[in-house]
Design a protein around this ligand. Structure first.
Ligand SMILES: C[S@@+](CC[C@H](N)C(=O)[O-])C[C@H]1O[C@@H](n2cnc3c(N)ncnc32)[C@H](O)[C@@H]1O
Length: 311
């Protein structure tokens, strides 16, 4: 009996989706509008960008340079294609990298964004680690799975805690963020339909075909059944958990001194991590590749799995 690699089946299930987690452009733009003191063309880092629906929304809305990082190259290819089609490829640096070990220098970004991905390292750890790249007064915006009620049903709790032991409620997340020294600007819950429209419905549509294809393959069926279970739980208990956007600003108590170093266009990557590669690519005449090459970390090979149960 052939048993597939669960990770291959997971990525087959997830390839070419509009998004890799709940969300929609309206919510992305609502969160962005709460960052009221951004410069005119901010430098933005999108961590765990996936196929980049929110990356493109940020590029269009800010007019700034967006650096988009993800561990899974096929998602990045999808983003590159979409960016070409949207006419914003020249303002996008797309790089494979590990969110726990990002290669940027201090004062690199005005805004750090992460939809549905900060949980991979933990929201406290993410806010702590990413502060190093933020300019004074810069913003961090994340969306995060949260409990919306006190009495979360046991089967919901059990299901999500398998993939994400750190899940807590909105107040718990606000405490975590405040404890890292950021000022909380605002927060709001994603609308219920943004779970389905760009994420769960397209995922669900491909399940029957995959059930046929992998009939008898226990390892593959376990992955597919986990997704079926995720959808059942979502349909049954939508009011008990959700995705919350958190918008926070860096008071930077341990960060760089205000006005310390930044000039426009400077400092997006520490020089030893690839400026030569960028120059080479530029000489070869490919500006988009040059931009990406300049941001490729020294060790971009680490590809971590993120819990399939959370997409
Ligand atoms: C739930 S998806 C969210 C994707 C996207 N932000 C969205 O909302 O569509 C989480 C993303 O984090 C990426 N990821 C997982 N581990 C990572 C890591 N260690 N460093 C960078 N990205 C990672 C996954 O490849 C995936 O694209």
């Amino acid at each position: 009996m052939i048993e597939s690699d669960p990770s291959d089946v997971f990525f087959e299930l997830h390839h070419d989706l509009p998004r890799e987690g709940p969300g929609d452009d309206e919510s992305t733009l609502r969160a962005l509008a709460l960052c009221t003191e951004l410069p005119e063309r901010p430098d933005v880092l999108d961590v765990g960008c996936g196929p980049g629906m929110q990356t493109l929304a940020l590029a269009a809305a800010t007019g700034g340079i967006i650096t988009a990082v993800d561990a899974h190259e096929p998602f990045l290819d999808q983003l590159r294609e979409r960016a070409e089609a949207a006419g914003v490829r020249d303002r996008l640096h797309v790089m494979r990298g590990d969110m726990t070990d990002l290669p940027f220098g201090p004062d690199s970004f005005d805004l750090i964004w992460s939809e549905g991905a900060a949980y991979i390292m933990g929201i406290s750890e993410a806010f702590d680690a990413w502060r190093a790249f933020l300019r004074p007064g810069g913003y961090i915006v994340v969306s995060e799975l949260v409990w919306l009620v006190d009495d979360v049903p046991a089967e919901v709790r059990d299901f999500f805690e398998r993939g994400y032991p750190g899940v807590t409620d909105v107040a718990g997340n606000l405490q975590r963020i405040a404890a890292t020294g950021y000022e909380i600007i605002d927060h709001f819950t994603l609308p219920a339909e943004s779970w389905w429209t760009h994420y769960q419905s397209p995922l669900e549509a491909r399940i029957p075909g995959l059930l046929d294809r992998y009939a008898g393959d226990e390892a593959a069926l376990a992955v597919i059944n986990e997704t079926i279970e995720e959808h059942r739980i979502r349909r049954e208990y939508p009011e008990t958990y959700g995705y919350e956007f958190f918008i926070a600003r860096c008071a930077c108590p341990d960060g760089p001194e205000p006005g310390s170093s930044w000039e426009p266009g400077q400092g997006r990557v520490t020089p030893e991590l690839g400026e030569d590669a960028a120059d080479d690519a530029a000489e070869a005449g490919d500006e988009a590749e040059a931009a990406d090459a300049g941001l490729e970390p020294a060790d971009a090979s680490s590809e971590r799995e993120y819990p399939p149960s959370l997409g």
